[in-house]
Each structure stands twice: as structure tokens, then as C-alpha cells.
Design a protein around this ligand. Sequence first.
Ligand code: SF4
Ligand code: SF4
Length: 281
Amino acid sequence: MCEFCLKHGEGKKWYLQARNYSDELLSDIRRRRMIEDFFSNPDRLTRGIEHLNRLEKTPKFIRSMIGRIITGRQKKTHFGQVVPIEEIEKIFGFVSSIVRVACICRHVTLNQEKRYCYGVSMSPNGGELTKIMRGLDKSFLAGPDLSGLETLSKEEAVSAFRDHEREGLCHTVWTFQSPFIGGVCNCDRSDCLAMRCTVTHSIPVMFRAEYIAEVDPDVCIGCRECMRVCQFGAIVYSASTRKVAIDQRRCYGCGICRSLCKKNAIRLNDRNKVPAAANLW
Ligand code: SF4
Ligand code: SF4
């Protein structure tokens, strides 16, 4: 179990607890302000990228000290976890509404509108979260006429996530002032700032999934298609066996390799039951 499961899930998966999505948590004025700032101030993310790049040039001990401070702060404000598609389906199964919005990271990194982010709420029509977002000037995302909080049915949302999975995007769940969960996203290492921060700069702002991948060597034919889609460099090919295996220290348990393997040679196991990975978050 990750730290949030213990702290915000009473020992169960924290992102499957309906109370962590509830509108009641949005009566906290600090949380509302944080959400407003997050969606109306993309320059903050641009500055974040500049800081991270500058940090790379500092001595290692300073980098790791500042990294720990950033991780600690993010755990309180905006922290995520990788979740495989079956867990996304469970989340969509119990929330009352799902809205799709443009991704603020891609706005900053690509200057493009990419609709990879989904707001989720226990209340109909997006609840308080949608009200907050509708009240903001989001013209930076989709032009002055932001008709753009698309409401999706559960089936439409699951289908969209399956499409994102085929694109090789990694599903993640996100807090806004933890433990309130406001959204689920589809990330990649080049464009998503949280993934860049966590994987490229080694400053974690998201946990690995509660799962870890395993390859069945009797089924694997060594085509290496899975290596092409793993964003974490966690799949290694052996020329002697002509098969691949998972590097357990690197696997985030996203399951993207599994869905791309035509031979069904990859499965996800409970991370807690894999001794080498149980304490890797
Ligand atoms: S995609 Fe499947 S069959 Fe191909 S190398 Fe990966 S695990 Fe093996
Ligand atoms: S090995 Fe598979 S499950 Fe693990 S991080 Fe890579 S794509 Fe995700």
C-alpha cells in the first residue's frame, strides 16, 4: 500500500474511496483557491519548468534536498498516482459525473489543446468542481468561448481512456489539496510536467501504481513492441533468451505494455506481493 492508502484510504486504495471525491471537501476555501489558481495560472507551470531545469545544474546534495521539499509540499497540495485501466473503470463506476477538459500541461509544453484530462465528481453535473472551473477565465486553454467542459457518460469516458491507452498514455489520478481527488489524466513523459518531474528529474510528485508488471516467458515471442511503449524504460530484452523481462525497480505498473502485447504475455500483479517492489513507490 502506498502512503496515501494508509493515510487517506484506511488501508484500502485511497483513490477508490468515494469520500475523497466529495463536494464537502470543496467547502474548504484554501482548496477552492488552489484549484482556481491551478486552472487560471499556466505561467506558474512555465516557471516550474524553468526551476526544474535550473535545479539540474546545482550540486547533487542541493538537488536532493530541494527535491525532498518539493515532494513533501506536493503531497499536501497536488500529488498523483499511476492507475491501470481497470482501476479507472472502477472510479468511473462510482462517480456521478465526468467532464473532459483540455490538459494544462500540454498547453504549456506544446502550446496545443489536448483533451486528456477528466474532472470527476460525486455530484451530478460535475458538482462544485465544475462550478469553480466554469467561473474561471480559461481562455488560455480553448479560446475566449470556452464551451469546453464536455460531459461524458461512464461508457464514453471508459472508451476514451481505452483510446488513450492505445496511444500509449499512462493513466493517473490527482489530488487538489490532498486528499480531495479532482481529476484523472493521461500522461506522457515528454509533455506531462508531473511525469517529467518524477521520472526525468527524480523528484517524485506521483506514486507508482499498486501493481507491477510481469512477463510470461513461455508466451513472450520477443517482438519488443512493449519496449516501444514503456515510458519508464522498465522493459529489458535479452538477446540470449530472445524474450523481454520487467525491471522491477523501474516499473510503475501502468499496464500500457500489457494492452499493447498481442500475445497477452504481460500481466499486472499486486505490488505488495512482490517483495522486490513492495516498498518502491
Ligand atoms: S509485446 Fe509481448 S510478446 Fe512482444 S516482447 Fe513484449 S511481452 Fe513479449
Ligand atoms: S513495464 Fe509496463 S507496466 Fe511497467 S511501467 Fe513499463 S509499460 Fe508500465
